[in-house]
Write a protein that binds this ligand. Sequence first.
Ligand SMILES: NC(=O)c1ccc[n+]([C@@H]2O[C@H](COP(=O)([O-])OP(=O)(O)OC[C@H]3O[C@@H](n4cnc5c(N)ncnc54)[C@H](O)[C@@H]3O)[C@@H](O)[C@H]2O)c1
Length: 369
Amino acid sequence: MQYEKNSRLTVKRDGKAIYDIVLADSFAGLPKELETLNPAGRKACVVTDSNVAALYLCEVTDKLSGCFRIVTSYVFPAGEENKNLDTVRGVYEHLIVNRFDRKDLLIALGGGVVGDLCGFAAATYLRGVDFIQIPTTLLSQVDSGIGGKTGVDFDAYKNMVGAFHMPKLVYTNLAVLKTLSEEQFSAGMGEVIKHGLIRDRDYYDWLTENRDAVRARDLDALHLAVQESDRIKREVVEIDPTEQNERATLNFGHTLGHAIEKLKNFSLLHGHCVALGALAALKICEARGLVTKKDVTDCEAAFASYGIPTRVSGISADEVIRATKNDKKMEAGVIRFILLDPVGHAYIDRTVSEEEMRRALAYITVPEQ
Ligand SMILES: NC(=O)c1ccc[n+]([C@@H]2O[C@H](COP(=O)([O-])OP(=O)(O)OC[C@H]3O[C@@H](n4cnc5c(N)ncnc54)[C@H](O)[C@@H]3O)[C@@H](O)[C@H]2O)c1
């Protein structure tokens, strides 16, 4: 499969364009993209974390200050543990002190933590102000930055408080992926491969065939991978913006993945847990005759070739099942599972039994070394 490079995807609702996802290899095009937002009369606040601020805040602020009336920034310490209401409170205070009003706007510069938190602040400050996403991790470029799900964690509960709030623009500079750690990059690849698995077999094959270029973070290869993943996420989000049905297929691998993530006390990255959950879900599909044994081993090899773990130690199948039953993805006591039939097509299933889960989990869990 050969893909053409596109530098723009438009997200629509009911046939009407609501925002663009721009793909670029620098921040140079940012001012031009902002023109339609009438920046000269507005203030902008860049919300970012301490790691991203050290790398890109100066460059981005420099590009923005020629466009907006005033540009301020709010930097919080990096890490999921800061995706909470205390940090949101800090953002509100900053906006109030700097007299931000309804026509002003927020800019999320960072990974999913920054995007979710800044988006939530934008959704709620003065009952909602505009925001734009500048996603800087692979995961945020292909997943969290698109679709308008915003929110923060509350005590031990992940993403417990949130809102749907669509960005006005998603500006994706692929070159920033060069500074991402190997671990974070491979976690993002877990979500990328998932996109192929749930909706596009050809794309999944392309990712296997182009592994060397993608892993080397060749900008052309990254462009095509992010573009195709964004296309898939956009399609699903357009069909079902508020996750009533179809959008749930994006949760392939999440049912068991979330439980693993929790049981491992978030020591494993989200994208890695999703991949482990995806592998277990594939084993269920194999047992039901929906995919072949070779599909499972091929997928395992694809994950491994991108540095994604395919086994997890120190947790038992029973613990994972118990944690899954406590998850918020339960619907009236029934576990909502996403399965494949075949690879490249996902569907929602509510009939997966504990025994099926147990057998599948036996495949991915190993004793503590
Ligand atoms: N809203 C959604 O639809 C959605 C979907 C999936 C995940 N999420 C959320 O996304 C979050 C995870 O996002 P993430 O994986 O991007 O994690 P993250 O935002 O914590 O970023 C990971 C790390 O990479 C650093 N970083 C970011 N960009 C960098 C760059 N270009 N170079 C070097 N370092 C960089 C960050 O400072 C951080 O330390 C979770 O909170 C999850 O709940 C949301």
